[in-house]
Design a protein around this ligand. Sequence first.
Ligand code: MN
Length: 254
Amino acid sequence: MRISNRFNFLFFGIAILICCLWGNFNNSTVYSAVPSYTTRVSQIAQAPNGEFIQAPLPYDYNALEPFIDAKTMEIHYTGHHGGYLKKFKKTIEEHPELKGKTLEQILGNIDNMPSDIRTSIRNNGGGHYNHTVFWAIMTPNGGGEPNGEFAKAINDSFGSFEEFKEQFKAEAFKRFGSGWVWLVRDKNGRLEITNSAGQDNPIMEGKYPILGTDVWEHAYYLKYNNARGSYVDAWWNTINWDEVNARFKESQTV
Ligand code: MN
């Protein structure tokens, strides 16, 4: 009897010890106090501690030629995106309560952000998100046709990929001045082509941006001058359809 009790004591003691150690281990490896940076954009746009970062481009500046020229890529990545990020980080530093939040949580609650920094978040946080997506959905070996479940969704929603591209280009002309054109998934699961002004994006309206193209002149003027349509036509040759398909799948989970 005594041996059995001692065994039980040891057994449960060890079990409790393992549970405690496991709990500590988990606490040190997951960010229990802050959101987990698991979305495709968060993993690129934020470090594991939540700090906003500009990940290296996954290809060289000249890798998307002839569709997007190296000079445009360099100025766009370093000057424009780099500038938005720098200002965004400064803005967040002014409000430590936002530290640790994901980009999606901040942009998705834009109307509840502190009024003194709301405009900066809209412009610079939006700019950081938009450009992070933009670099990720392009690749040197891109183009061709959509694949996977996304290809079916495009056909179901727009009739064909060709028709989708026509509507997308038409939307690019609807945006007067600087902005973005998007394919989004709305809350009801519908795919929709939209555009936004400045660095606004669909997350600010509760929609998930599956793909988007930058129609600010800084994105195309060096090579295409004022020919926005030619730029959009050429841009399809850079698309990383695997990434777009992955974003489409993610859009169904958020
Ligand atoms: Mn841009």
